[in-house]
Each structure stands twice: as C-alpha cells, then as structure tokens.
Write a new protein. Structure first.
Length: 171
C-alpha cells in the first residue's frame, strides 16, 4: 500500500488518502469527498495524481491499491457491501503487478455496482493498440503518462470534467 506521502505502508487492502480541500464544481451542494479508486503501483505517479487533484481543487477520497488483485478485491467488496460507497471514478494503470489492468477493466465492466463508473486508463504506453484495446474493454478515457510535470497535472482536469459529466448525466 502507499501512504498519503506516496511511501509504502501496511494500511490494509486500500488506504484512504483525503485530498485537497474544496469541492469539485457542481450545481448541487457537495456531500463530502468524492470516492475515487486509483490502481497504481508507482509511488511517484500516485504523488503526481494527488498533486493534479490539488491543482484542480478536487475534493476526493482517494483509495489507492498497488496491484490488480487488490483492485479486483476492492470492486468485489463494493459489489457485496451495499454500505460501502462505490467509486465515482476509477484510474487504472495498464501495467499492474499480480493482475494486468486489462483484466481489471474487464472485471469492472462486469461489476454489479461499478460497471458504469468512468474508468480512466493511465499508461506510459502511447501505442494505438493499447488505446484501442482499452476502449474495446470499456475504458472511458486513456491518459498517456507524460514526462512533463505540467502535462501530468492535466489528469486532474480530465477527472474533474468526467465527474461533472457524470453528475450531469445523472440529473
């Protein structure tokens, strides 16, 4: 597991990382942090994603898992425990240990409670095959991890836009 500072720790199957204060924009009053699942094994990328959420004033409760099996376990718990809040969005690295991100994406799309949740695939690959394959498996968006810090922060805007679109579609 990765702690709030991006360093490994033994915090259980998913660690809760409260994000920046401030709400994501919506016409309704915010009921608190937005739950987001991040499946990412690279501590530096987790740190950059947290920074992107802060940069875009996203109020999220980030649940971080480091491998595909932990992501599947999280989704299965959300399906079986109606008291658990399902994620409003999922950020999924393609190249996870223990179970590939493609397998996780397929599992998400067959989930009872998470099948319609927006999934942003994040990858260092810019391969057209990876993009198309992710799309065919049901990815909502594909974000290629840039080498530039400022460009990496763009994932915050992408998540914010998806959350706002999802909120509008629910009305």
């Amino acid at each position: 597991m990765l702690g709030p500072d991006g360093t490994p720790h033994d915090g259980g199957p998913a660690s809760s990382i409260p994000e920046a204060s401030g709400s994501y924009e919506s016409s309704e009053s915010s009921a608190g942090p937005i739950p987001i699942l991040l499946a990412e094994d690279n501590a530096a990328d987790v740190f950059l994603i947290r920074e992107a959420f802060r940069e875009h004033s996203l109020n999220v409760d980030l649940q971080v898992v480091e491998d595909g099996e932990a992501a599947i376990s999280y989704i299965d718990r959300a399906d079986s425990d109606s008291a658990m809040q399902a994620p409003a969005a999922i950020l999924l690295d393609l190249n996870l240990p223990r179970m590939d991100g493609r397998q996780v994406l397929s599992h998400i799309r067959h989930s009872v409670r998470c099948a319609l949740v927006p999934v942003i695939v994040i990858s260092s690959s810019s391969s057209p095959y990876d993009r198309e394959n992710a799309s065919l498996l049901g990815a909502t968006e594909f974000f290629t991890k840039p080498l530039n810090y400022a460009e990496f922060l763009g994932i915050g805007k992408l998540v914010k836009d998806l959350l706002n679109q999802s909120k509008s579609a629910q009305k």
